[in-house]
Design a protein around this ligand. Structure first.
Ligand code: SF4
Length: 328
């Protein structure tokens, strides 16, 4: 069996886990390529107009995979990975959305429900239905989950040591020097970039914002580098939370970054049509005002040009630099 994995949405958070899972079951995987204008066009053509940009892009990746010889496309229904929080409703309905909008997917859709209390999916329970879909035994699937969870924990440990998603993936794949070394003796800024992994690390949506900021003399921190305990503590202290897992992670990270004196400013990257971000964005703006910290929102859609993003990022870093290193 050959399973297609769309390089979109939670690919940027869970790919090491799913790769290890399928590998442990001796199932071949094929990942779609990096997002291109062609993929975006296909996604837009096959989605309803009102849906957020990341879902349109996901749809484009599914179309891309269906054009290959994969037997099935893996689209799990991500429901919950912690107590009392759920994924954004778009994730809950993702397999159905794809089934009814992408021609040719019916019969080639692998859509298990993921409902756990641990982010590592170590406590996944529903082995039998997934085993049936994959033609394996429940015991084999259970064992594969255990192997995959361990691999994913290594990935998360890399994050907590200061690596971003790209660097942690490179480290897992044993690439040499995966971590960016900033130039020495340069007056550098530290900027927090907040956004869903599929907005920051998809080079079409995020337009390599981390790379751009580094070239402009800024070190970048992101939510996944924070310790889960510290984020949970902030969320408890500030008491305002949201019901969605990843939105909440970003909010907790926002509280943390705004309190951190090492952070010179923060950029929120959001996609057009995102419901949860309409709430998150406002909350972040209020906290920024309370802490007197520079804050900027960049909203991208399928038409956003790179020049727009570069100009705004450049203006923001210039402003932070003048504030931090005033010319006398
Ligand atoms: S959180 Fe926002 S961007 Fe992500 S899937 Fe939900 S609506 Fe779309």
């Amino acid at each position: 069996m050959k399973v297609g994995l769309p390089r979109a949405l939670l690919f940027y958070y869970y790919d090491p886990l799913w790769q290890a899972f399928f590998h442990a079951l001796d199932i071949e995987t094929v990942t779609s390529g990096a997002t291109t204008p062609h993929i975006v066009d296909n996604g837009v053509r096959n989605s309803v107009a009102e849906i957020c940009v990341p879902i349109k892009i996901f749809c484009g990746h599914v179309v891309e995979l269906l054009a290959t010889d994969v037997d099935a496309v893996f689209i799990p229904r991500m429901i919950t990975v912690e107590e009392r929080k759920r994924f954004c409703p778009k994730f809950l309905g993702l397999p159905d959305m794809m089934r009814y909008t992408v021609p040719g997917l019916e019969g080639r859709l692998l859509d298990p429900d993921i409902q756990c209390r641990q982010e590592s999916l170590a406590d996944a329970q529903d082995y039998e239905s997934l085993a049936k879909m994959l033609g394996k035994s429940g015991r084999e699937v259970k064992r594969a989950f255990a192997v995959a969870s361990e691999q994913w924990e290594v990935f998360r440990r890399y994050h907590r040591s200061g690596m971003n998603i790209d660097e942690a993936m490179a480290a897992l794949n044993k690439k040499e020097n995966p971590v960016y070394e900033p130039p020495k003796n340069e007056k550098r800024l530290t900027i927090a970039v907040l956004g869903y992994v599929y907005n920051i690390y998809d080079s079409f949506v995020g337009m390599d914002i981390i790379k751009k900021l580094r070239l402009m003399g800024a070190d970048v921190v992101t939510f996944e580098m924070l310790d889960d305990g510290s984020v949970a503590e902030k969320l408890q202290r500030y008491s305002k939370t949201t019901p969605w897992t990843f939105t909440n992670k970003l909010l907790g990270a926002g509280y943390d970054f705004f309190e951190d004196p090492k952070i010179d400013g923060m950029i929120h990257v959001t996609a057009f049509g995102c419901g949860p971000d309409s709430m998150l964005g406002r909350l972040l703006e209020f906290i920024a005002v309370d802490h007197g910290k520079p804050f900027m929102t960049i909203r991208v859609d399928e038409h956003t040009g790179e020049a727009h993003l570069s100009t705004r990022v450049e203006a923001f870093t210039d402003m932070l630099r003048r504030k931090k290193f005033p010319v006398r």
